[in-house]
Design a protein. Structure first.
Ligand code: NAG
Ligand code: NAG
Ligand code: NAG
Ligand code: NAG
Ligand code: NAG
Ligand code: NAG
Ligand code: NAG
Ligand code: NAG
Length: 899
């Protein structure tokens, strides 16, 4: 008994001991694993979201370490999973000492360097390795092929290089189901061994630099359902896949260089949903499709050399198609009406098969879910079927580049979601339907190059989302609607319609409005007169003396009105023979309809151009002359003295061309330019009533008749001054916010604000930023005349100017308008009063009315104070605290509205 009990006690003790030992062993293992994991953590150099903050030296990895999972029975670490934590650093080699690790998933971090060679030691246990979306480099370790339990390998979205090791699939890990090596920089062939992976369900080698062909018997793995080698440099024919790919679901070989017949037989596989063979060199016809997988939805065979017709059977058998893209091939024949029976179709693209002809089947109207219809660049004739307006979810309709006739259906307004309507380059006639103005989601409307007639409906001004609009080269007539929505696209959106008029084209509407011109020709939209002129430069005063020009007009059939687009070549010359004379060959381009286009007029006009008496001003970029034509019309001619940062004629012409597109009631209209290598002229509207500076500061030359008192500030009663401020603000707002690219003025001052006879402001010298010497060379002294207007950031060395620099200068002009003082006035030797500081002081002292211009009549004090305050805000030292010009306009308008 006692012996028995002794022995049982001994057994108990032994068991206990064993238990204790076991327990200690477990603890010891966890300890070692903790050290390995902390090792892993210490190889991480950055952990922006603190994903590993729970990994501490005292914690229990199985309990406390986030992302670590242990085997419940052995308490050994079996899984490591840290996703999307942004961990940077490298993979610690010691991780391989976790002897029970089955799964490593570190998707979405920033780990760099190579996969450590020590990982070979994980062979007995590892089932899953997901290192996708890191920054790993180097080659794919070949030892992974010897992992007997490996099921999933995802190394996609890294920077791996070299070939895919053939050892990876030779033999293939027997349980491998899924492997993705996509989006790396792998080269070389697709290893043939992939076809020996008996359990493989999918592989993705897309977006690499693989070359060679696809292995024969690719689909030998019986369960293979996902194959993507998109965007590599693979070539050759794809053969043998048809018979074996029974389980295929997704097949994507797009953007390679495969040739021969495309494997259309795959469309018959039961489970196929996606088939993409686009952008290869497949040729031959699309075969008859005897059967189609019931769930087959995406067919993209665009960008190949497929020929022959679109088979009817494709449409009648593939009933579930959602995307059918056969664009950019060499297909021919008609569009089968059966396409209209594909109820699920949302994208139909046949664009760029220039031999597809016939008409657009009205049956297309039966595709209720259609979102994109792209039939551009075919040889379609006939009308646009009215039934298309049944496709109420259509977002994109591109029928451009066909030979469609008839009118644009006026029921397209039913397509309430339409964003893109491109009908350009057809033979459509009739008017633009008013109802298009209801398609307010449109961001692109291109009706150019048709035969459309009638007016542009003002309703189109409702299309406030338009980012692209073009009605050029039609036969439209009448006035272009004034809506900014349309005006913003500039003249080039309207050119080629000889009977269209009004801005942004520079031809005036109706008969009047010119300068009483004797030759009222029906001119094309952009009359470009190229004058090959010879002119003379006098020694000393470097101004042109005359442009003696003679002309011949190329075979004009004697009828002046015969050509819509007039191009007059004027050549030859009789240079005044004098020492140092120098013939100039140049080019004159006119944007304005109202200018004479005959050389005789220019001969007279340009003679005046050069007279010293005709100098009407000088500016930072050149001298301004007034030139008067025989018919009495005057223009301002600015002779450039600098080309600033412009390098050559092309760049100059580009800049000038952009100016020609601008049009605003408060901008001095730019009318043309002259280029020769030694002289450049800018031609603009002559605004006859002097500048704001002249009126405010009494510096006007003799010519202005009204008001003879000092200055003449008296003529500028408050109403007029306010309107001038508002006009200039609107012009600047137009330049800043409505022009693309944005135009900065960078040289705003009262002497650049011209006044017409009604005292309306017209801003000049805009768009010359590239010509301004300051901005290239920081030589502020050269434009001393503008000092006081210059924003502090322009005067500082780092020169980061923006539209807010213009706001500053405008603010100074506001102060000038209210106070009648110059931006900087000198008070005796060495003392200068800066207007902005002066106004600030006066406002702080509460003696505001002391600073108002005494010669000003008819003002409302409250308005003056508000304008002064606006002027101060605009002249803040910090650009970001200044308002935008759009806000300034709003504010000014509200001042008027509230009083
Ligand atoms: C790898 O992990 C990410 C994140 O969970 C997952 O989206 C991806 O499908 C995984 N890779 C494979 C091949 O399963
Ligand atoms: C098609 O898919 C279904 C469901 O996913 C599957 O059960 C079936 O085995 C697949 N057919 C083939 C031929 O792979
Ligand atoms: C087919 O693949 C190309 C890239 O090769 C891709 O641009 C296109 O969107 C794919 N087509 C479809 C319908 O997904
Ligand atoms: C595609 O293959 C053809 C020959 O089949 C070859 O002439 C052509 O250069 C290849 N194109 C590219 C981009 O590799
Ligand atoms: C319409 O298709 C033509 C020809 O493919 C293309 O040039 C044009 O850019 C397309 N229009 C739009 C708005 O995408
Ligand atoms: C507008 O769309 C609706 C819905 O598809 C359709 O019933 C109606 O006939 C269409 N109207 C016209 C004029 O096409
Ligand atoms: C569209 O514009 C017209 C005229 O320009 C106007 O009468 C009409 O009210 C506008 N419609 C909408 C919905 O804004
Ligand atoms: C409009 O189309 C014409 C002719 O295709 C082109 O010259 C012009 O630049 C286009 N204008 C705009 C604003 O797109």
């Amino acid at each position: 008994m006692s012996r028995r009990s002794r022995s049982s006690a001994a057994t108990a003790a032994a068991l206990l001991l064993a238990a204790v030992l076991l327990h200690c062993a477990a603890d010891a293992a966890t300890d070692a694993e903790r050290r390995i994991l902390l090792d892993f953590k210490s190889a991480v150099t950055s952990d922006p979201r603190g994903a590993l903050s729970s990994w501490t030296a005292t914690g229990d990895p199985c309990v406390d370490f986030a992302g670590v999972t242990c085997d419940p029975s052995t308490r050994a670490v079996s899984r490591l999973r840290v996703h999307g934590a942004g961990l940077a650093g490298t993979l610690a080699p010691s991780l391989a000492r976790l002897s029970s690790l089955e799964s490593i998933s570190l998707f979405g971090n920033r780990l760099t360097a190579t996969i450590p060679l020590t990982f070979a030691a994980l062979a007995p246990t590892l089932r899953k390795l997901n290192l996708s979306r890191n920054a790993l480099s180097g080659e794919i370790p070949r030892f992974l092929g010897a992992f007997p339990l490996l099921r999933l390998l995802d190394l996609s979205y890294n920077a791996l290089t070299g070939e895919i090791p053939s050892a990876l699939f030779n033999p293939c890990p027997p349980r491998l189901r899924y492997v993705s090596l996509a989006h790396n920089r792998l080269s070389g062939p697709v290893p043939a061994g992939i076809a020996t992976c008996a359990r493989l369900a999918g592989f993705d080698f897309s977006y690499n630099e693989l070359t060679g062909g696809l292995p024969p018997r690719l689909c030998a793995p019986p369960e293979l359902s996902y194959v993507s080698v998109r965007a590599n440099a693979l070539s050759g024919e794809i053969s043998g896949v048809e018979s074996s790919c029974r389980s295929i679901d997704l097949f994507d070989v797009g953007s390679n260089n495969f040739s021969g017949p495309a494997p259309f037989a795959l469309l018959a596989m039961v489970n196929i949903t996606y088939f993409n063979v686009s952008s290869n060199a497949f040729d031959g016809p699309i075969p008859t499709v005897a059967a189609c997988g019931a769930r087959f939805s995406y067919l993209d065979a665009s960008g190949n050399r497929l020929a022959g017709p679109v088979p009817d059977t494709l449409l009648t058998n593939c009933r579930s198609l959602r995307v059918l893209d056969l664009g950019a091939n060499a297909l021919a024949g008609d569009i089968p009406p059966a396409v209209g029976t594909l109820r699920s179709l949302s994208v139909l693209r046949l664009a760029g098969n220039s031999a597809i002809s016939g008409s657009i089947p009205p049956e297309l109207g039966g595709i209720e879910m259609l979102v994109t219809l792209d039939l551009a660049g075919l040889a379609l004739t006939g009308q646009i079927p009215q039934s298309l307006s049944h496709c109420q979810f259509l977002l994109e309709l591109n029928l451009s580049g066909n030979q469609l006739q008839g009118t644009i259906p006026d029921t397209l307004n039913n397509l309430t979601y339409l964003k893109l309507l491109d009908l350009h380059s057809n033979r459509l006639d009739g008017g633009i339907p008013l109802t298009l103005g209801q398609l307010t989601k449109l961001d692109l409307l291109d009706l150019s190059e048709n035969r459309l007639t009638g007016q542009i409906p003002s309703e189109l001004g409702n299309l406030s989302n338009l980012a692209h609009f073009n009605v050029s080269f039609n036969d439209l007539s009448g006035m272009i609607p004034s809506a900014q929505v349309l005006q913003q696209f500039g003249a080039s959106a309207f050119i080629g319609n000889p009977h269209l008029c009004g801005p942004p084209l520079n031809n005036l509407c109706g008969g009047g409005g010119g300068g009483g011109g004797a030759h009222r020709k029906r001119l094309g939209v952009s009359v470009i007169i190229v004058i090959v002129a010879a002119a003379l430069i006098l020694i000393g005063i470097c101004i042109v003396c005359a442009m003696n020009i003679k002309a011949y007009t190329r075979k004009n059939n004697g009828v002046e009105d015969s050509k819509e687009e007039e191009e007059v070549l004027v050549s030859e010359s009789t240079p005044i023979a004098s020492p140092g004379s120098n013939a100039i060959i140049g080019k004159l381009v006119l944007f304005s309809k109202s200018l004479p286009s005959r050389y005789e007029d220019w001969e007279a006009g340009t003679k005046a151009l050069v007279d010293k008496d005709c100098i009407i001003g000088g500016g930072s970029v050149g001298t301004v002359y007034k030139a008067t034509f025989e018919n009495g019309l005057s223009i301002a001619v600015k002779k450039l003295e600098t080309l600033g940062r412009l390098e050559n004629q092309d760049e100059f012409e580009h800049e000038m061309g952009q100016l020609g597109n601008l049009s605003h009631a408060n901008l001095v209209a730019f009318q043309g330019y002259y280029w020769s290598s030694s002289m450049q002229l800018l031609l603009s509207e002559f605004v006859g009533n002097g500048s704001l500076y002249d009126h405010l500061h009494g510096n006007r030359p003799h010519s202005f008749s009204e008001g003879s008192s000092r200055g003449g500030g008296g003529q500028l009663f408050w109403e007029r001054r306010f309107n001038i401020a508002l006009g200039v603000a609107r012009a600047l707002s137009y330049l800043h916010h409505d022009c693309r690219p944005q135009i900065l003025h960078l040289n705003i001052k009262s002497s650049n604000i011209m006044l017409d006879v009604k005292y309306e402001a017209k801003l000049s010298d805009y768009g010359l930023g590239k010509l301004l010497p300051i901005l290239g060379s920081i030589e502020l002294s050269k434009i001393h005349a503008s000092i006081g207007y210059i924003a502090p950031e322009l005067a500082s060395q780092n020169l980061r100017y923006s539209d807010k620099s213009d706001v500053f200068s405008f603010g100074v002009v506001l102060l000038e308008i209210v106070t009648g003082r110059k931006p900087v006035e000198s008070r005796g030797v060495g003392a200068a009063v800066v207007l902005r500081d002066y106004v600030r002081e006066v406002l702080e002292d509460g003696t505001t009315s002391d600073c108002f211009d005494r010669s000003m009549r008819g003002f409302v004090e409250a308005e003056l104070v508000q304008v002064l305050k606006l002027g101060l805000v605009c002249t803040s030292n910090t650009p970001s605290s200044r308002p935008s010009m759009a806000e300034v306009v709003q504010y000014l308008e509200s001042i008027r509205a509230s009083s």
